[in-house]
Design a protein around this ligand. Structure first.
Ligand code: ASP
Length: 319
């Protein structure tokens, strides 16, 4: 169960996902204590290797590691020897020579976490690679939906927006499908990958059809940093057609929840009122992100050596 690395939800099976969600429930409970710290990973060193901007993912991996008593190093790519033309793989090898226990990687190019995992023996966690995968985002989304709805099996999720460039969409499609949900995607035709239906989802260009009767509406940001050329005639037109507001939400179930991985472009993919007046779920996604990242760090690095049993979750003692 659960391999050495976490590179994508495509590689996880249902039992792995359930194990991570169960562990995260326990981690959430630690986060509600006055002293939000357990000794589980004391003496372990985790490095955050972020080559692309991040607010939520980077800080929540740091908080997660610290709540488990690990030493967390934030590698600053902009002021590192990458500027002296050292390669990413050599950077990773040199960092590992300092006896790291886990490496969290974000990069604008798909596949970089896998390349690093291939040369390191420490577990590698993908914190988002290009338009490929963002597994911990999908896991925190699953946890949020399961807590809100009591289940995932049998629900219908509509993911709306720039599906083509979204690693969040891809990781969520794999994860929600594995957990028994029906997944729909919708967006302008030029932002729907041609072969998207081979992943087992239904694709729509009509927002109304896509969100008809769904339990969950997930709005995505247009990935401007990944667009080459012009994809949209105008942001205003996009927002009028695909931006989620109260009017359009009426087509979903009455108790549908609205999610967004952040950062939200208010008034573009999500109306101001939905961002402000239904903040519970979107900020819960962020809250659950810490618990999921604690769970993943524990499950991947909470052993003495590969093959050893995991350390006790609370005390860090060998079981
Ligand atoms: N924060 C998410 C990501 O890094 C979503 C986004 O940036 O739109 O993929």
């Amino acid at each position: 169960m659960i391999g050495r690395d976490l590179l994508g939800t495509e590689d996880l099976d249902r039992a792995d996902i359930e194990r991570i969600l169960e562990t995260a429930e326990h981690m959430r409970e630690i986060g509600r204590r006055t002293i939000k710290k357990v000794p589980t990973l004391r003496g372990r060193t985790i490095v955050n290797l972020f080559f692309e901007s991040s607010t939520r993912t980077k800080s929540s991996f740091e908080i997660a590691g610290k709540r488990l008593s690990a030493d967390v190093i934030n590698f600053a790519a902009a002021s590192s020897s990458l500027k002296k033309a050292e390669s990413i793989l050599d950077t990773a090898r040199n960092l590992e020579a300092m006896d790291l226990d886990a490496v969290v990687v974000r990069h604008a190019v798909a596949g970089v976490p896998k390349q690093i995992a291939d040369v390191l023996s420490a577990p590698v966690i993908n914190a988002g690679d290009g338009a490929h995968e963002h597994p911990t985002q999908a896991l925190l989304d699953l946890l949020t939906v399961r807590r809100e709805k009591g289940r995932i099996d049998g629900l219908t999720i509509a993911i709306i927006g720039d599906i083509l460039h979204s690693r969040v969409a891809r990781s969520n499609i794999y994860a929600f499908r594995k957990m028994g949900a029906e997944v729909r995607v919708a967006g302008p035709p030029q932002m729907l990958p041609a072969a998207i239906e081979t992943l087992g989802v239904k694709a729509f260009t009509s927002l109304r059809e896509a969100i008809d009767g769904v339990d969950v509406v997930m709005a995505l940001r247009i990935q401007n940093e990944r667009l080459s050329g012009t994809y949209l005639p105008s942001v205003r037109e996009y927002s009028a057609t695909y931006g989620i507001d109260r009017e359009k939400l009426k087509f979903a179930k009455d108790d549908a929840i609205v999610m967004h991985p952040g950062p939200v472009n208010r008034g573009v993919e999500l109306s101001h009122d939905l961002t402000d007046h239904r903040p519970g779920v979107i900020l819960d996604q962020v809250r659950n992100g810490v618990a999921i990242r604690m769970a993943v760090l524990y499950l991947l690095s909470g052993r003495r050596q590969e093959g050893d049993p995991r350390l006790d979750l609370e005390s860090g003692e060998e079981k």
